[in-house]
Design a binder for this molecule. Structure first.
Ligand code: SF4
Length: 178
């Protein structure tokens, strides 16, 4: 994710502002923080997880994403947020993909997500990716034939997970680490 410069906006900012998937709970369920970042993150308004040292961080979706990051300039901006770059963004920064092509990747991914969303049951797990994995695992372990909608869900989810891995470089999308 990148900063929020105003005017003469960089291609990277244009890309991330059209996306936000690494902040919205679609790619990751939570974001890792150092111990020293926990209290400052809480002061920013993030929902911090402290109890399990293996899962020390804050949960997604990030409440501070509002079409762009609203705390980028804060001294307490988490290190992981500052340094994270998905493959699409890295390719753009390396001139390995044009901005229109990178935006197309984002739009295609968002389209797939919008198609999957109505096929997901409501759940107390709030992030999209947690709901996705929970439902996928439930259907895969179901000992009976799946109906058409369930099959459609699994097909689209498979396509989305391949897209996450190939286009964004995310294969463990519960755990956000750079
Ligand atoms: S997923 Fe990639 S392109 Fe999208 S906001 Fe995050 S870093 Fe930017």
């Amino acid at each position: 994710m990148t900063n929020t410069a105003i005017g003469n906006e960089s291609p990277a900012n244009i890309l991330c502002k059209s996306c936000g998937l690494c902040c919205s709970g679609h790619l990751f369920a939570w974001v890792r923080l150092n111990a020293s970042e926990l209290s400052p993150a809480e002061s920013l308004g993030l929902k911090v997880i402290r109890n399990d040292p293996r899962q020390r961080g804050f949960t997604q979706p990030c409440p501070l994403w509002d079409g762009m990051c609203t705390v980028y300039a804060s001294a307490d901006y988490p290190r992981t947020c500052k340094t994270y770059k998905c493959i699409v963004l890295r390719r753009l920064l390396d001139d390995d993909i044009s901005l229109p092509a990178a935006l197309t990747v984002i739009q295609e991914t968002l389209t797939l997500i919008r198609e999957i969303e109505p096929l997901l049951p409501s759940s107390i797990a709030i992030s999209f990716c947690e709901r996705l994995i929970t439902h996928k695992e439930r259907l895969e372990s179901k000992g009976e034939e799946l109906d058409e909608l369930e099959q459609e869900f699994l097909r689209k989810t498979e396509a989305l997970l391949i897209c996450y891995e190939d286009q964004f470089g995310v294969d463990d999308f519960i755990d956000f680490e750079k």
